[in-house]
Design a binder for this molecule. Structure first.
Ligand SMILES: Cc1ncc(COP(=O)(O)O)c(C=O)c1O
Length: 385
């Protein structure tokens, strides 16, 4: 069986999907599955949105790839869009969230070296997830992902979630950067509290360290503002983006402010990063997502999901709480989430876990109210059993 020839890094149900349309996926027998996963918070506009397919079609007939040795309007237009929406000065394009983090690590280290040889320490938080390559994994505060791959990158230190005292004890003149996800997604949908993020900003300022927000999962409209930091009210020096940025087409980006503007000719590169095809597709997606009406609808739908789950599950022994913001939500349970995910799959609802006891709800941002109700009714029915 050819399935056995794929490295077994993912556990997948025994179904082959053939087609996607909006918030539905179809298997080979034309069974429809309601998708609350959206490519793991990627398909911001659903599967095969005409916005995405038309942009791909148009650009693919014009220019697909030419490397970063030459300029294209597609890349310049997306850069202008992202910079104009942000408080940042420069952008570097990559293909994934992990690559965005790796880029930020290099910026941080070079920034530190610019001050002095000892300023190379990078702080990150426990329970975080920043990616699977060696650098990004070194900043991922979950031993289960790291254990078999030691030794990882040196000069890193892990801080405690939402503990200002702990951060104060770990940050120093030797810290070049602090990496954090404003809402930890893979780690179980855990929001960092606003006092902590504000303290992180002022401690980074005090010790002249860069504050890096990993908005790979929570950015690009997912929590109801275009950039997640707009909801948080703290501006990071560096912003890492990916997932929703391409609406399903691979693209990532790193935005840096003046302080973090340290990369020079030859310092970094990416063969495929910022290809005209990726940039034109992303530009079409972000133009839709950044509309205020669209962002408001994300907030409304997110609130609706949260309220409905809380009302329906109050008093249920399995239910703990609903955490997160916008449409990056975690249904925290007192029981293992795996069985719930499997039961939902049987009912043709796709959901994923975030940790052992959390169900992550990250549907397409344009999912309809009927689809939300249909999915939630299935989930609630399973949890009430
Ligand atoms: C917050 C965060 N950072 C980084 C990554 C890594 O992104 P990618 O899988 O695109 O490399 C992820 C992926 O889930 C993520 O959620």
């Amino acid at each position: 069986m050819i399935k056995n020839k794929l490295m077994k890094t993912y556990a997948r149900p025994d179904v082959i999907f053939e087609k996607g349309d909006g918030s539905y996926l179809y298997d080979k027998d034309q069974n429809a599955y309601l998708d609350f996963v959206a490519g793991v918070a990627v398909n911001a506009l659903g599967h095969c949105s005409p916005v995405v397919t038309e942009a791909i079609e148009k650009q693919s007939k014009q220019l697909i790839h030419l490397s970063n040795l030459f300029w294209t309007d597609a890349q310049l237009d997306l850069a202008e869009f992202l910079i104009n929406e942000s408080n940042h000065e420069e952008v570097f394009f990559v293909n994934s969230g992990t690559e965005a983090i790796e880029t930020a690590i290099k910026i941080a280290r070079k920034y530190g070296k610019g001050a002095n040889e000892n300023k190379g320490d990078i702080l990150y938080l426990e329970n975080s997830f920043h990616g699977r390559t060696v650098g990004a994994l070194s900043l991922t505060g979950q031993l289960k992902y790291q254990a078999d791959f030691m030794p990882l990158m040196g000069k890193v230190k892990m801080g405690k979630v939402n503990s200002i005292a702990d951060l104060e004890s770990k940050i120093s003149e030797n810290t070049c950067a602090l990496f954090l996800e404003p809402i930890q997604a893979e780690g179980g949908v855990v929001s960092l509290n606003s006092e902590f993020i504000k303290a992180a900003r002022s401690l980074c300022d005090k010790y002249e360290a860069l504050l890096v927000f990993d908005e790979v999962q929570c950015g690009i409209g997912r929590i109801g503002t275009f950039y997640a930091y707009e909801s948080i009210g703290v501006i990071p020096d560096i912003l890492c983006l990916a997932k929703g940025l391409g609406g399903g087409f691979p693209i990532g980006a790193v935005l840096a402010n003046k302080k973090a503007n340290v990369l020079e000719l030859g310092d970094h590169g990416c063969t495929f990063g910022g290809s005209p095809l990726a940039c034109a597709t992303s530009h079409a997606v972000v133009s839709v997502v950044k509309e205020q009406r669209f962002l408001d609808s994300v907030k409304e739908k997110g609130k609706y999901i949260k309220d409905k789950l809380e009302a329906a599950l109050e008093g249920n022994n399995s239910f703990k709480s609903v955490e997160g913001k916008g449409m990056l939500l975690g249904l925290h349970l007192n029981i293992e989430a795996k069985a719930i995910v499997e039961a939902a799959f049987k009912e043709k609802l796709l959901i994923i876990r975030a940790g052992e006891k959390v169900i992550r709800i990250v549907p397409a941002l344009n999912i309809s109210n009927n689809e939300i109700d249909k999915g939630l009714d299935i989930l609630i029915k399973i949890l009430r059993k």
